[in-house]
Design a protein around this ligand. Structure first.
Ligand SMILES: [Fe+2]
Length: 387
């Protein structure tokens, strides 16, 4: 793409991302924006100013060599300096100053985009650093949506995944394929690279996602009480938490309701189940005589038979059996704190993207990760099996 149209794309995407942020937060009061609704999440106004701070750091300061707006922001809005549960206690900006700050940063960024040359150094090549800033904002839109869900606050207009209808599974033949981001995806993250050839034995993967109705059958059949269905870690988690259904499900006599943001409604049977932990996904798959796909299987199915899989993207994140780690030859870029510090046994990988995930982020190669007990994320299940 020539540099002028590349800049136009970036400017349009910056506007679109900001619109999503503004639309999400517009219905909320001062108190709702300031409150810490859960130890798992930041106050919404922290996310907002942090979006601006990240943009200031990477674009105005790193690329534009500008002076910091306010030195104390570097501590308050550094995601690694304070855990989420403490952010409500920090001297964070109130909604009005936070909005003014992010708007001020954005005005300067638009000027910078005009002046800067999109090549000559790895950060600027193909507008990479702008791509990172954009995806960061859009990923926070999703994080803030989790906060809205946890806090029973008003959610976005299209506030649920699309219904599922596919049945049956698909055989993916054995053989090699290219795993990871292609050269045509310059804004892919470091953990999606380098692309490399992987060979897999044949496997089967479900065409559709597990629906609420299917998951409800698992619940009714005693899935949470049958300890043989759960991994050791999953059993320990279940004993601690004493759960009998996905997060946000509520029993109402003989039926289940689910809370979607600030609305309590009958469980929609054909929607993909969401807000399940990895432990629940793993147990469900075992009960169905199947297993979770590895993330490599998921990507191979997506790349070689994606057209035959329903809601591959844009419905719910799909838990995989895989732990989060770097691909062979991984190099951290532009900073280790995006993904490298999370490599290891603690996290499981999710693939695909949810209804709230922006298409700019949800590449086939995109890797999401979280703790196996987390359920506030928009996570669901696609099962696989050995061939
Ligand atoms: Fe962030």
């Amino acid at each position: 793409m020539d540099p002028r149209s590349q800049k136009r794309v970036i400017a349009d995407e910056l506007r679109r991302a900001r619109q999503r942020t503004d639309d999400l937060l517009a219905p909320l009061s001062h108190e709702q924006l300031m409150s810490q609704v859960s130890p798992l999440q930041s106050p919404l106004v922290w996310d907002l100013a942090h979006i601006g701070h990240f943009e200031e750091l990477w674009l105005l300061r790193e690329i534009g060599a500008q002076e910091p707006f306010r030195a104390e922001h570097d501590d308050v809005y550094d995601a690694f300096a304070h855990v989420r549960s403490e952010r409500g206690e920090l001297p964070i900006l109130a909604p009005e100053p936070a909005r003014a700050y992010v708007a001020d940063v954005r005005r300067r960024v638009v000027d910078l985009l005009d002046e800067v040359q999109l090549d000559g150094q790895p950060l600027l090549e193909d507008g990479f650093v702008f791509g990172i800033v954009l995806q960061h904002e859009l990923q926070h839109v999703e994080t803030m949506t989790q906060t809205l869900q946890l806090g029973a606050l008003p959610g976005p207009a299209r506030g649920a995944p699309p219904e599922a209808s596919a049945t049956g599974d698909l055989l993916v033949a054995e053989g090699p394929f290219a795993l990871g981001a292609t050269a045509a995806e310059p804004w892919a993250y470091d953990n999606e690279r380098p692309q490399h050839i992987v060979s897999l034995p044949a496997f089967r993967i479900d065409r559709g996602l597990v629906t609420n109705a299917e998951y409800e059958s698992f619940v009714r059949a005693g899935g949470y009480r049958d300890r043989s269905l759960w991994s050791d870690e999953g059993r320990a988690w279940l004993d601690d938490e004493r759960l009998d259904a996905p997060l946000f499900w509520e029993r109402d006599g003989d039926r289940w309701l689910r809370r979607r943001f600030d609305v309590l409604e009958p469980l929609p049977p054909r929607e993909p189940v969401q807000h399940v932990s990895w432990f629940e996904a793993d147990a469900y798959a075992r009960a169905a005589g199947k297993r979770l796909p590895t993330e490599v299987e998921w990507e191979k199915a997506a790349r070689t038979a994606g057209g035959e899989l329903e809601h591959l993207q844009g419905a719910v994140w799909q838990w995989t059996a895989s732990r989060f780690d770097g691909y062979p030859g991984f190099t951290a870029f532009p900073y280790a704190e995006y993904s490298e510090v999370f490599f290891g046994d603690a996290y499981r990988v999710l693939r695909g993207g949810a209804w709230i995930t922006d298409p700019l982020v949800a590449r086939i190669s995109f890797r999401n990760w979280d703790y196996p007990q987390r359920r506030q994320i928009f996570s669901g299940i696609r099962c696989a099996a050995d061939a």
